[in-house]
Design a protein around this ligand. Structure first.
Ligand SMILES: [Cu+2]
Length: 192
């Protein structure tokens, strides 16, 4: 497949924890952006696809206020984090109705492994549409690594658009199996 040339490399904005806490006001909403040179109606976290990158350390607390501006119910899952699934933690049974907000509190244990993880909706019945629509972002758990010149986070958005620039409908098969995107050489997204 031929890559689309040009286009500067864009990294999602990085939000870092301070004094052991990362507070995030997170808004899920539909927006018009540019994806691979095309105007696209997608779903976004805080207006971008992918959403901001969250950088935390073992032992930190994540406080996320998620406001649902979508027209379907949603919630939040921190994929790969070794954290509690109960209460207002990483609880897949939480359902946030359109127009509602929810305050998550997710405590990372002191011995949490470092690495790259991600967040996305995990509300039963709407996961595939919201995930394929563009709702995802990276979580990086850092430790005391040897300093390098510069860390860069690359997130590949491989989404499927219809000819009129909306997200392609998700089939029952794709709900179960996932899907590959239909855009060649997706390299960047830009907010319009
Ligand atoms: Cu997941």
């Amino acid at each position: 497949m031929e890559a689309v040339p040009g286009g500067e490399l864009l990294e999602p904005e990085v939000l870092r924890s301070q004094d052991g806490v990362l507070r995030v006001d997170l808004v899920a909403e539909a927006r018009v952006t540019e994806v691979a040179g095309r105007r696209a109606q997608v779903l976004t976290y805080n207006g971008t696809l992918p959403g901001q990158t969250w950088q935390v350390r073992p032992g930190d607390r994540l406080e996320v206020r998620l406001r649902n501006e979508l027209d379907t119910a949603t919630n939040l899952h921190t994929h790969g984090l070794v954290v509690s699934p109960q209460g207002n933690g990483d609880n897949p049974f939480i359902s946030i109705a359109p127009g509602e907000s929810f305050d998550y509190r997710i405590d990372l244990p002191e011995d949490h492994p470092t690495g790259v993880f991600w967040y996305h909706p995990h509300r039963h019945g709407t996961v595939a549409d919201q995930l394929f629509g563009g709702l995802y972002g990276a979580i990086i758990v850092t430790g005391d690594e040897v300093p390098v010149s510069r860390d860069r986070s690359l997130i590949v958005s491989d989404i499927s658009l219809t000819t009129d620039g909306t997200i392609a409908p998700v089939s029952a098969q794709e709900v179960m199996m996932g899907r590959e995107g239909g855009l060649p050489g997706v390299s960047r997204t830009r907010l319009l």
